[in-house]
Design a protein around this ligand. Structure first.
Ligand code: ADP
Ligand code: MG
Length: 713
């Protein structure tokens, strides 16, 4: 029994009242609401329509105006399915057909025609009460609607007719809880709930920014009079969303800059010389610029918080190594975290190669090491006997203790993550001590997006590839051309080049798709009978995989048949050929990453995507990947094809998704929110002013877990 909210007659509703006590809900429906994430009245108010439909005011059938949109309610008199004549192989390919019915009320009869709507046969029968909206036409002197919107009303439905034209919200709904049912509950609640919504901004703040009051915004989004009201409401709610996010970032930046301490690393020309001497090539101008930004950061006693963006193959690793060696030059430790074990191994090997003959002590820490191996390494790291540690996210686990960790590099490739970064701080020891961090990402992120996903970081960008690279020729071909492709590939392999063949799965399932094991066998017996073929995929033991990659790198394997385990980081300059089978099954960013495995040496590389796209999306992806090898352009296309929501998904960013703000529409708001957030934090770094109580509470509720808010959270 909930004494706070007695379900007695006419309980006073508050925003925290469980939804089951809302009029017309009850325990059974409350469960259906719970499935939509709605637990209390406030949740319901925040359950926003995802679109609107024009709803013509309901009128008696006899008064429906010919030629306009109209809504009418009536009882089904008769109905029948009229099969098509079978000539049309048109829509649906089943020869069409139509469902016909007539409804009546006291004033007249309305005929309804639904083309191809066979499913209505089981749902409509005489006597049912229904509501329809559509354009009214005259046919054989009868009022008629063709393919109107149809709603079957409950027997008990006695909702008053809505006679005004209006926009009707369409809510995210389920089969058991329809949008119109949600609408009725919300509309019923608004008069009581809205006055209880307090605004975290006063009129002086809102007015110059053209923002309506919060409760008015919620009124307009749920029950708009017209489109302008919808737009005004969305603007306010989008602003709030963006402001909270930017506020979180601003607080975190401020906190990092003023409260946290990091070791100031030593720097001199001699140190610079020693570090560069390790690199087998001279840095490019862009790499140099990024290095000097990092060097400046590392010398300060405040933790660096930097994002390094650079396309696949743009040479981020040496830049990261530079930062790590700065730590070593000050007798401190550095760690490099990669998203996969394979990539960690790869980093380890290429760094070890560059450090060959130096006194720097390195360790590779992965999840698949034996207990004893691991214990030994952990001990050495804890004792400071290891300078550079390379590993996966496992480095963040509780058991890894560093003696003196100064620099942390996170190589996220095309994965984003704000969340894990928060736990890095605790690895540095003391309360206010934090290591310098550098996050590398190979997904070039449009500026707008990086402000929202990585808004707490300073950004460095490498836009050009290192010199001496040959552009990668890209072809998209249908599977019937695969034979030609492999014959050509075999010729080039005979000339000394190496190839990757990528497939979506290890074993053939029911899907009938080509898979690693069977395809490798086939290739080995046909096109590449004279060459050395091997496979690599996630089911192999780490050592086996390592051995195969090692042999491939040394040129002892000619053709490597693989899953996407090779997607990130693998760097074999002599491998200049790639075929991706069933390419339509991969995402755009993934295809771009895969292609980045070739084009690393001085040979002209070729990447062939074998694809039979069956959807528009897939065709667009194939066009986009063939059109450019520029990662920034790919990212833009990806954003357009997948849409902001997907791209900015929780899964990838670790942040709660934006629900209202749409960056393709609200760029001005993002800039405004960023400026506002900065000046708020400038004036009141911890939001302790009483006038900001509500704002602070809402910020903590929204981002307290996702963003490290220092002592504000
Ligand atoms: P990323 O991690 O950005 O995808 P890498 O750091 O793996 O790229 O570098 C890609 C390749 O380019 C590597 O083989 C690396 O040795 C080489 N490389 C990096 N910087 C230079 C440079 N300044 N000059 C020549 N080659 C370079
Ligand atoms: Mg890399």
């Amino acid at each position: 029994m909930n004494t706070e909210h007695p379900p007695s007659d006419a309980p006073a509703l508050s925003l925290t009242t469980p939804i089951q006590y809302a009029p017309g809900v009850g325990p059974r429906r409350a469960e259906l609401f719970a499935r939509l994430g709605v637990g209390n009245i406030a949740d319901l108010i925040k359950h926003l329509p995802h679109r609107y439909e024009f709803y013509a005011g309901q009128s008696p059938i006899g008064q429906l105006a010919i030629g306009s949109m109209g809504t009418a309610r009536g009882t089904v008199m008769h109905c029948r399915w009229v099969p098509g004549r079978g000539f049309g192989r048109g829509r649906g390919g089943r020869g069409g057909g139509r469902f016909m019915m007539a409804i009546e009320d006291a004033t007249g009869v309305l005929e309804l025609v639904f083309f191809n709507a066979r499913y209505l046969v089981d749902r409509i029968h005489p006597g049912l009460s229904i509501l329809v909206t559509g354009k009214v036409v005259l046919y054989n002197d009868q009022r008629q609607m063709v393919n109107p919107k149809l709603q079957v009303l409950d027997e008990t439905d006695d909702a008053p007719a809505n006679t005004d034209d209006r926009f009707r919200p369409v809510y995210p709904a389920t089969d058991d809880l329809r949008s119109d049912q949600i609408e009725r509950v919300i509309t019923g609640l608004l008069p009581e709930a809205l006055p209880q919504i307090d605004d975290h901004f006063d009129a002086d703040y809102r007015q110059p920014r053209g923002l309506p009051e919060l409760r008015e915004a919620y009124r307009m989004i749920h029950a708009p009079a017209d489109e302008d009201e919808v737009a005004a409401a969305r603007r306010r709610l989008a602003y709030d969303e963006l402001l909270l996010l930017q506020l979180g970032f601003a607080i975190k930046r401020k906190y990092t800059q003023t409260q946290l301490v990091a070791p100031a690393l030593r720097f001199s020309e001699a140190i610079d010389g020693h570090i560069r001497q390790r690199f087998p090539f001279a840095l490019t101008l862009e790499q140099d610029k990024v290095v000097s930004e990092i060097v400046a950061d590392l010398q300060k006693g405040r933790p660096m918080n930097r994002l390094l963006q650079g396309d696949v193959g743009s040479g981020k690793t040496v830049v990261a190594l530079y930062a790590m060696l700065m730590a070593v030059a000050s007798n401190k430790q550095a760690a490099l975290m990669a998203p996969t074990e394979l990539l960690a191994e790869q980093h380890y090997l290429s760094i070890a190669q560059m450090l060959d003959g130096s006194t720097v002590k390195m360790a590779l820490l992965t999840g698949s090491q034996t207990k004893a191996e691991r214990a030994n390494l952990l001990h050495a790291i804890d004792q400071g006997d290891v300078d550079l540690v390379v590993g996966t996210q496992a480095l963040l686990s509780e058991s890894v203790q560093f003696a003196d960790l100064a620099v942390v590099i996170t190589d996220e490739q095309h994965r984003f993550g704000v969340v894990q970064r928060a736990s890095i701080r605790s690895k540095a020891g003391g309360d206010n001590m934090a290591p310098h961090t550098l996050v590398m990402t190979a997904t070039p992120i449009p500026r707008t997006l990086s402000l929202t996903i990585f808004g707490d970081l300073d950004t460095s960008t490498i836009t050009k590839l290192p010199p001496g690279r040959q552009p990668i020729a890209t072809r998209v071909v249908p599977s019937e051309k695969a034979d030609e492709v492999y014959r050509y590939l075999a010729e080039r392999v005979a000339g000394g080049e190496q190839a990757y063949i990528v497939l979506p799965a290890i074993d053939e399932g029911e899907s009938g798709l080509k898979a690693v094991r069977t395809h490798a066998k086939e290739l080995e017996q046909t096109y590449f009978a004279d060459h050395r073929v091997a496979t690599v995929h996630g089911q192999l033991k780490r050592l086996t995989r390592e051995r195969i990659m090692h042999r491939f790198r040394k040129g002892e394997i000619d053709v490597l048949v693989a899953t996407t385990v090779i997607e990130v980081g693998v760097d074999v300059p002599n491998a200049s050929l790639m075929v991706v089978e069933h390419a339509e099954r991969f995402g755009l960013a993934q295809l771009h990453q895969l292609r980045g495995r070739v084009g690393r040496g001085s040979r002209k590389s070729l990447c062939v995507f074998v694809a039979d796209p069956t959807t528009d999306d897939a065709s667009e992806r194939m066009n986009a990947i063939a059109k450019t090898i520029n990662g920034f352009e790919i990212a833009e296309s990806d954003l357009q094809i997948r849409g902001m929501g997907e791209f900015f998904g929780t899964r990838q960013s670790g942040l709660p998704p934006l629900q209202v703000a749409d960056l393709s529409q609200h760029m001005d708001l993002l800039r405004l929110a960023r400026r506002d957030a900065e000046s708020i934090v400038e004036a009141d770094p911890k939001l302790t002013d009483p006038s900001r109580d509500l704002l602070r509470k809402r910020l903590i509720k929204q981002y307290g877990h996702a963003i490290d808010l220092g002592d504000v959270g």
